[in-house]
Write a protein that binds this ligand. Structure first.
Ligand code: 3PG
Length: 308
């Protein structure tokens, strides 16, 4: 019997990406099942029942999903952040979990600049805005997205700084970045902060009022990471205290409606998480996901496994 691969994407990939995933799956002799735009998690749970492999985006792979997937051997999150996978539950069931690091990073970085320009140019209202040229940008966590942000920032003529305790100064300096010694130094130095922290137990609410208060006048925070890394109470407080402060996020906070009503010129939230939503990123991440599944099921290759 042929192996079954389920692509379960509440927010679908571009059609071209699905086509390429299908071609790879067909060539391996697998059966590809597509569940897109599902409204109810019961549909997901039902679809996962007989599959050997699963590709998701931000779809939540919970213990309940895993319990209902008796044949499941591998889950690939087509993207970078895997906080949507219950790794402990997967490990307990000996299901391998992987991500596809780097595959959608440029798309996310480009959106960060879209949001920076939108805020710098007064939400495209006919008023005088400001330019990015010569401004200081601070990259908070220098991973794959951060690197792309740095590359694009240099094109805009920005001064690029970063803070990341896991990346050496030498690596940053070789890439033309000025490494800063502390997160406090980053926030107090830079006009723009581009946030790329993954969501972990240690990073939830990490960007709090104390950090935000350090931003220079006119400081802007751009969040293309996860909503949970910014403390919502702190955010509300700083928006009240500082009419010069602006916040744009690709992941609307729970209090988004309230903030939009109260601070319409200071905040912007995309209607749905769109950072990785380009044809190119969908193709890169989707093809990487099916390739990793084939490599694992056929050859036992576990590169990019995140639940050891
Ligand atoms: C990621 O972690 O790769 C991004 O947040 C993209 O998420 P998405 O696939 O849900 O757009």
């Amino acid at each position: 019997m042929s192996k079954k691969v389920l692509v379960a994407t509440e927010k679908p990939f571009a059609a071209e990406a699905v086509q390429l995933i299908r071609e790879k799956s067909d060539a391996a002799g697998y059966e590809l099942i597509l569940l897109e735009k599902y409204q109810d998690k019961a549909d997901f749970i039902n679809a996962v029942k007989n599959v050997d492999a699963l590709i998701v985006r931000s779809d939540k792979v919970t213990a309940e999903v895993l319990e209902n997937a008796a044949n499941l051997k591998i889950v690939v999150r087509a993207g970078a952040g895997y906080d949507n996978l219950d790794l402990a539950a997967a490990s307990a069931k000996k299901v391998v979990c992987m991500n596809t690091p780097g595959q959608n990073s440029n798309a996310v970085a480009e959106l960060a600049f879209g949001m920076m320009l939108y805020l710098a140019r007064c939400q495209f209202q006919p008023k005088s805005g400001t330019e990015l040229l010569g401004k200081k940008i601070g990259i908070h966590a220098y991973g794959n997205v951060g690197k792309n942000v740095a590359r694009i920032a240099r094109g805009f003529g920005m001064q690029v700084f970063a803070f990341d305790p896991y990346v050496s100064n030498e690596v940053m300096q070789a890439e033309g970045i000025t490494p800063l010694k502390s997160v406090e130094e980053l926030y107090s130095t830079c006009n723009y902060i581009s946030l790329h922290l993954p969501k972990t137990e240690a990073t939830v609410n990490f960007v709090n009022k104390n950090l935000l208060r350090l931003l220079p006048t006119g400081g802007v925070l751009i969040n293309t990471a996860r909503k949970e890394v910014v403390c919502e109470e702190g955010l509300r407080l700083i928006l009240q205290e500082r009419p010069d402060f602006k916040y744009a996020s690709d992941i609307a906070p729970d209090i988004a409606d309230e903030l939009k009503a109260q601070f319409p010129t200071q905040v912007y939230f995309t209607p749905k998480k769109m950072g990785a939503q380009t044809e190119e990123a969908n193709i890169n991440a989707g093809v990487a996901a099916i390739s990793q599944i084939i490599d694992f099921l056929e050859k036992g290759i576990t590169t990019f496994q995140v639940n050891k």
